[in-house]
Design a protein. Structure first.
Length: 120
């Protein structure tokens, strides 16, 4: 079973345009802005409790009561979490670089299964 322990908070910055298909970006074409937006919308609308578990188990915010997925890329996901009535940014790094959206799907499922086991 894979371990998902790479956790790091990120500091919010002003919104900026990033060329995600550039050679400098670790994100492949399979992780376009459209793919990220689609995954985030699906997770926030249909799996909100899983997003909270990601913040709690992998984002170092065990006291999070709400969370929202803002973006996902080949290396991790950016969330916001509500902790003690304050919204805080959270970066969850994956344990490896993901190949594409299907790889993200399987990884997110495995992560939520692992988080649920720990929460029991």
């Amino acid at each position: 079973m894979r371990q998902f322990l790479a956790i790091e908070n990120f500091v919010p910055i002003a919104v900026q345009s990033i060329d995600i298909a550039s050679e400098e970006s670790p994100m492949s074409e399979q992780f376009s802005t459209e793919i990220s937006d689609r995954i985030c919308t699906h997770m926030n609308e249909d799996h909100a409790s899983a997003v909270v578990l990601y913040a709690q188990a992998f984002g170092g915010k065990p006291e999070a009561t709400e969370a929202q997925m803002l973006a996902i890329d080949a290396n991790g996901m950016d969330l916001t979490a509500k902790v003690n009535d304050e919204t805080v940014p959270v970066r969850v790094n994956f344990d490896r670089t993901l190949k594409d959206a299907e790889d993200a799907h399987h990884t997110l499922i495995e992560m939520v299964k692992q988080a649920r086991k720990v929460a029991k």
